[in-house]
Design a protein around this ligand. Structure first.
Ligand code: GDP
Length: 473
């Protein structure tokens, strides 16, 4: 039961604390974000840049020489898939660089750093010698965090919420039509359940493709080895008129929804989420802005939900799993900033800050230190200012995936005031990042950019300093 789970966690928690005190310290760094946000690229690039330092001037321990060496070590969790660092790095840095396969489930990688306190030439360092700190990077889909909201809702409430949102989203026609032909009070049959679940999953996927963020239940999009199991074979149904008879379709759907919460959502929070020390939440804000105001509004809601997971006391059972443990730092980072000329980065950062402020108004992070940044884990473009009909345009140039050609593109301008984006239904809101943004799918650039073209990432070092810097001093 719950209490027993909480107790086990408590004992393990003590064991972990003891080993931290007497042995080598461990930082568990969670990396999340909705699918395609850039988690895989972020982790691969972060690890590559920590293994092979010299391109991380804003990470103080790297710049000062305090990091003596860095290496990959076997991870502590034996049943969690290892993050496939080597394959992802090979994809991004091969002779024909391409983007790696994206995150589909939870995975883990241990990076161990040998650190000399105080940096090179420090007397203190010479006395105590270097120490080792393990950074356990845990990669998991942000969709799974959104599922936390399901824990507060019973099936009838969740179904009503979800059905109520259908008409604001593209792609639900098939599911709505299927619902029309079904009586939720009729006796359950598996074929109908499968058909409804398939149409519902389709609708979620189309909404996600169209830039909508809040597409729960999260495992419907990323099922992994649970594909086809009963916990993923349900759909929202309206409450049948009158009653919900035993053995009805509605009752079985309700049972499966509860099983999803109990057997999918809870174990994830207990086994993975509750152990995280530092968290980075990656956001493809540019993608949502390009998809339009409704997608931005949806992203804002999703971010509030996601960050709500870091609010202690939100769920009695979650609080128990956490056993007083807190996430110490949360970084909220807009990815793919290399799609914009640096003259617009400050605006992207303000948008992230505004999104975060909004979430913070509703969720108190209880002492967690937070920051918002615009980053690119792997810079695929260089900047270029072009003159056209007497006007100058700040462009970015890179190799387009579609044609394989070098092309300079002007993505349009972000508004100076983030409120213009975050308050829906303002006039002209549809116009941001119109222009060439949709064709901007650049191939990863070779890691060796020419001198003067800048580092192969944007502010990845600043992100690392925020997340890990204090533990490397
Ligand atoms: P995940 O689903 O969160 O693991 O996302 P990925 O890391 O696989 O990234 C999804 C896609 O976003 C990649 O295939 C790239 O096309 C793009 N992307 C991610 N990071 C960057 C970046 O730093 N710069 C650019 N230009 N594109 C990126």
């Amino acid at each position: 039961g719950d209490l027993a789970d909480g107790m086990t966690r408590g004992v393990e928690g003590i064991a972990a604390a003891v080993s931290e005190t007497f042995m080598e310290p461990v930082v568990r760094l969670g990396v999340t974000g909705l699918s395609r946000a850039g988690k895989t690229v972020f982790i691969t690039s972060l690890v590559a840049n920590l293994l092979d330092r010299g391109r991380m001037p804003q990470l103080r321990a790297a710049a000062s020489g305090a990091i003596v060496s860095a290496y990959l070590r076997p991870q502590p969790d034996n049943t969690v898939p290892r993050f496939d660092y080597e394959a992802h790095l090979a994809a991004m840095t091969g002779s024909e660089p391409h983007w790696p396969d994206s995150t589909r489930a939870v995975s883990e990688l241990r990076l161990s750093l040998k650190v000399r306190p105080g940096g090179l030439g420090s007397i203190f360092g010479a006395v105590t010698g270097p120490r080792t700190i393990h950074v356990d990077i845990v990669d998991y889909p942000g969709e799974w965090l959104l599922d936390l909201a399901l824990m507060d809702k019973d099936y009838a409430e969740w179904a009503a919420d979800t059905l109520g949102r259908l008409d604001q989203r593209p792609g639900s026609e098939g599911f709505v039509a299927a619902l029309g032909g079904v009586d939720p009070g009729a006796p359950f049959d598996e074929a109908t359940a499968q058909m409804l679940a398939a149409r519902f999953t389709e609708a979620l996927n189309i909404a996600r493709e169209a830039g909508f963020s809040d597409c729960t239940p999260g495992r419907f999009l990323l099922p992994g080895e649970m594909a086809g199991s009963p916990v993923l074979t349900f759909a929202p149904l309206p409450v049948p008129g009158g009653s919900t008879p035993r053995g009805s379709l509605w009752r079985e759907m309700e049972r499966r929804y509860e099983a999803y919460k109990r057997e999918v959502v809870k174990p994830f929070f207990r086994d993975h989420f509750s152990r995280i020390d530092r968290q980075v939440v990656l956001v493809d804000a540019l993608g949502a802005i390009h998809a339009g105001p409704r997608a931005v509004e949806d992203l804002r809601r999703a971010m509030t939900e996601i960050l709500g997971a870091f609010r202690p006391g939100r769920n009695a059972w979650l609080t128990r799993f956490l056993m007083g443990k807190r996430v110490e730092k949360i970084l909220f980072a807009a990815t793919k900033a290399d799609h914009l000329h640096h003259s617009q980065h400050a605006r992207l950062t303000s948008i992230m800050q505004a999104l975060m402020k909004d979430a913070r108004r509703r969720a108190d992070f209880a002492g967690a230190e937070t920051a918002a940044m615009a980053i690119a884990a792997l810079r695929a473009t260089v900047e270029e200012t072009r003159e056209q009909r007497g006007e100058s345009y700040d462009c970015v140039r890179g190799t387009l995936m579609s044609t394989g050609r070098q092309t300079a593109l002007y993505p349009g301008e972000l508004p100076e005031d983030p409120a213009l984006l975050l308050e829906p239904a303002r006039d002209g809101a549809e116009d941001w990042l119109d222009g060439d943004y949709q064709v901007m799918h650049f191939a990863p650039a070779r890691l060796t950019l020419k001198p003067g073209e800048g580092p192969p990432h944007i502010r990845l070092d600043k992100a690392a300093e925020f997340l890990l810097g204090d533990r490397l001093r």
